[in-house]
Design a binder for this molecule. Sequence first.
Ligand code: SF4
Ligand code: SF4
Length: 212
Amino acid sequence: MSSDIKSYNFQPNDIVKTCKYLEKGLCFQTQGLLCCVHGSLASPVIVSTEEIKNGQCTHELIVRRRKELFLGLNGKKEVDLGACKGCCNVITKKFKDVSFDTLGGEYLPGGFNIQNYTACNERCLYCCYAQQNDFRPPQYDILQIWEMFRKKGKLKKHNWIDFSGGEPAILKNLDEILSYILKHDLGTVVIYSNASIFSPLIYEGLKKINLF
Ligand code: SF4
Ligand code: SF4
């Protein structure tokens, strides 16, 4: 644990409130990085798109923001907890078993979600993006962020990775992203596609990736 948490004087065997998503999840949304997305419920934004675009996002910053939510959950700091307040995924465990510096390592649906874009080739009547004509390209490079963890040996396998959007098949670097996932054996990939574009890449990727 870094000194910012140490200053709160937690003891190793103290029972604290935490959450797997808060410790190791990271969702890539248009507004920035979140710990989780569960339908219309999501954790607060821990790093904004603006911060990422300004080059302020680092591994250290992500870890620090996770810790701030943790401190808020444990009543140690005034933090806007958003959906974390009263969330059914909050668990208790010993402080010595809490860790904030990894990405992934466990199948957490809604904990490794790629939705940093809303661009799509359809115009569904029920779609909030289509109705608001909100079709944005990727707002930042997710591979840069994965690399921040990988370079420190903190990018873990065995993940449940959701591609939503927007339409994943129109992502210009989908090949690169899927290749990265395969190369580093990051886990199961779920692609929500409208299938109006047949992507040989998605087809090949699904054949290679262990689905369950
Ligand atoms: S406590 Fe709930 S809302 Fe907060 S990160 Fe965990 S799963 Fe997400
Ligand atoms: S395919 Fe999906 S993202 Fe595209 S307009 Fe329809 S619901 Fe929205």
